[in-house]
Write a protein that binds this ligand. Structure first.
Ligand code: SF4
Ligand code: SF3
Length: 538
């Protein structure tokens, strides 16, 4: 195997024996082959679409397939072989393109051994040139981010053929001999398509569940058995809340599900009692203590300990061997009765050490812009000197303590703008507020970085300056491919001087990094004092 798609990759270069995430060699192989077949579908479907004979459902399949290959989503070989078979069926229904078609359009897997063998020649390392490999990888990982967010929007009925067409254009391009400047342009187009998909998901979430309101969320435990729901899929949460109504079972959010508490549609469920635990990588300890069942709706799934594996359930694109998977039935309906029955016989959740402080979330664009006059006045008065965007992901390495230390060291007249699970590094350390404005403005999930863009654009308009002239610095933390997309989205808007950490991506070659530095002034994080002096100009 060779995988270097996430920040925790072995030695900062690539996982070659087994993933740090727990991905085994065979799963990496299935994923590489699935992506390869999606490239074949894309080539055929784009050609068919030009003749008005495309398969309108192929784009949705590709989005689901790419999402399944994102870090910490699916570890289940059986699910991947089923998707590989489906990919072949979709591809082979499309009109064949003749003798010049690439191998991805014609190769037929003849069983498991053949798939594992094929993976050796179609993965990342099949591109020999280091810079082309780097650009193709950046594009592919950005596409995976688009795929994940698109899948969430589609579940809520919001789709956009332009986005799925770009997924196919991007995938097909990786089979073609494209000049480096054109590949760079495609990477930038991936970023601008990222803005479109973030906006689509924002519209999907807010039209289904209302506009988030600034909300204080409890982190204590109640006196009823509970179900913990984690991941990003709000539709799953809605169905779970409906089915647990009046059952005597409480529902707690975990990780990226925390911002759900801010949506008006979920506030009406009194048994949605609070948030349990921190970001994804604490799950081994936290799920043990929770005692009740846990539902995974998306990433990040860490290979479970046997002590709580029997209480896990997956749904959507997530999967793990031996963990029951809840499929959607007609109309997307899911039956969570097995989870509810298990919750009723489970001991109560235990309070986690250090928990108890309320968490503030729901500072999405409408909620913050409703305070625009107060914020602008505070900036003009000098009460707020700077905003620091600290959005992105959390991860397990010790070096990520940098983000807690950075947040603690920020001057009291600065405000953190955040979204994604990176916030757990500093959202419970009591940074206070400036004239009632929280010093940690949590817009929501990683996809709600879109809110931060809307807020920055509104501030730029109010102050009559460009986005790079605002008193805003960017200190972004990344882990997986959705964060790659968010970064590309920011670059596509022309945002400059972004600090990225805790490590630069292994898939960015020295020459590609040089382009990013020259064009966008992108830089790695260093130490808290040095970065503070540069970003806050103290
Ligand atoms: Fe390694 Fe990350 Fe790939 Fe997992 S997803 S195999 S940790 S690079
Ligand atoms: Fe977190 Fe996995 Fe990226 Fe959605 S849940 S931000 S890491």
């Amino acid at each position: 195997m060779f995988c270097y798609q996430c920040e925790e990759t072995v030695k900062g270069t690539g996982c070659t024996i087994k993933g740090v995430c727990g991905k085994e060699d065979d799963i990496a192989a299935y994923q590489d082959v699935l992506v390869y077949l999606c490239k074949g579908i894309s080539v055929r479907n784009l050609a068919a679409m030009e003749k008005g004979k495309g398969d309108p459902d192929a784009g949705m399949f590709i989005a689901d397939a790419l999402f399944a290959t994102l870090t910490n989503v699916n570890f289940d070989a059986a699910r991947f072989t089923a998707m590989i078979n489906k990919a072949v069926a979709i591809r082979d229904k499309l009109p064949a393109g003749g003798s010049t078609e690439p191998d991805a359009c014609t190769w037929m897997p003849k069983g498991d051994r053949d798939i594992l063998e094929k993976a050796k020649s179609v993965g990342i390392l099949s591109t020999a040139n280091e810079d082309v490999r780097s650009l193709r990888s950046t594009l592919l990982f950005g596409l995976k981010g688009i795929a994940a967010y698109y899948t969430h929007a589609a579940v809520l009925g919001k789709t956009d053929a332009e986005i799925t067409t770009f997924l196919q254009k991007g995938l097909a391009s990786t089979l073609q001999d494209i000049a480096v400047p054109d590949l760079i342009a495609l990477v930038m187009e991936c970023g601008s398509t990222g803005i479109k998909v973030l906006a689509l998901l924002d519209a999907a979430n807010t039209s289904a569940y209302g506009k988030p309101q600034i909300t204080s969320v409890k982190t204590t435990v109640g006196k009823c058995p509970g179900i913990l729901i984690t991941g990003h899929d709000l539709k799953d949460l809605e169905m779970l809340l409906e089915q647990t109504k009046d059952t005597g079972v409480d529902v707690y959010t975990h990780g990226e599900m925390l911002p759900a508490h801010a949506y008006p549609a979920f506030k009406k469920y009194s048994h949605l009692v609070g948030n349990y635990g921190g970001s994804w990588w604490h799950q081994k300890e936290e799920f043990e203590q929770f005692n009740g069942p846990v539902l995974f709706t998306t990433n990040c799934l860490v290979p479970p300990k046997d002590t709580y594996k029997c209480r896990l359930f997956t749904t959507g694109l997530t999967g793990y061997p031996g963990v029951p998977h809840i499929e959607a039935g007609p109309g997307g309906k899911k039956d969570f009765s097995k989870i509810i029955a298990l919750a009723k016989t489970s001991p109560l959740p235990k309070a986690l050490p250090g928990s108890g402080n309320d968490l503030i979330t729901g500072c999405a664009h409408d909620a913050v812009l409703a305070l625009a006059d107060t914020v602008i006045a505070a900036v003009k008065k000098g009460d707020i000197k700077r905003f620091i965007v600290m959005a992105g992901c959390d991860g397990r390495q010790k070096e990520r303590e940098y983000y807690t230390e950075f947040a603690k060291a920020l001057p009291k007249d600065t405000i953190i703008l955040t979204a994604g699970c990176a916030k757990y590094r500093y959202n419970s350390i009591g940074l206070g507020n400036i004239g009632g404005i929280p010093r940690v403005i949590d817009a929501g999930q990683c996809n709600d970085c879109y809110s931060l863009v809307v807020i920055a654009q509104a501030l730029a308009k109010a102050f009559g300056v460009g986005i790079n002239e605002l008193p805003v610095s960017y200190n972004i933390a990344w882990y997986e491919q959705k964060a790659v997309l968010v970064l590309l989205a920011l670059l596509s808007l022309g945002v400059k001087d972004i600090t990225l950490g805790p490590k630069l991506p292994a898939f960015v070659s020295p020459a590609v990094l040089d382009v990013l530095v020259k064009q966008f002034d992108l830089k790695p994080n260093t130490t808290v004092p040095a970065d503070m002096a540069r970003m806050v100009k103290i």
